[in-house]
Design a protein around this ligand. Structure first.
Ligand SMILES: [Zn+2]
Length: 92
C-alpha cells in the first residue's frame, strides 16, 4: 500500500496539546484582521496555526490563539465557534 510513500511527511504541531501529526489530522486556522478563521480549500491568508478539532474548545478556554498568533488583543472567535459547533455536530 505504501510502496510509493515518500520519506518526508509534512508534520504539524497542535497549538493546544503539542502533539505532532500529519496535516490531514489537524485543522488549520488563520488570523485575518483579528478574526480566527478556519482555512478551507488549502488557501491560507498570512499566518496559520494548527490544532485538533477536539482541541478547539480547549484552545478557546486557554486563549491559545492569542499566543499562537502573537496578538495583543484577544481575537474574535465567533466564526471559529460556529465552525466548531457545525463540525462536531456533523462528525457524530
Ligand atoms: Zn491537539
Amino acid at each position: 500500500m505504501a510502496a510509493m510513500q515518500r520519506g518526508i511527511k509534512p508534520i504539524r504541531t497542535c497549538i493546544v496539546c503539542r502533539k505532532s501529526q500529519e496535516p490531514s489530522q489537524l485543522l488549520r486556522v488563520n488570523c485575518v484582521d483579528g478574526v480566527i478563521t478556519p482555512t478551507s480549500g488549502g488557501k491560507s491568508h498570512g499566518r496559520g496555526a494548527w490544532l485538533h478539532l477536539s482541541c478547539g474548545y480547549i484552545a478557546i478556554d486557554r486563549k491559545a490563539f492569542k499566543s499562537a498568533f502573537k496578538l495583543e488583543q484577544a481575537p474574535d472567535l465567533s466564526k471559529f465557534k460556529v465552525f466548531l459547533d457545525e463540525r462536531l455536530k456533523s462528525d457524530n
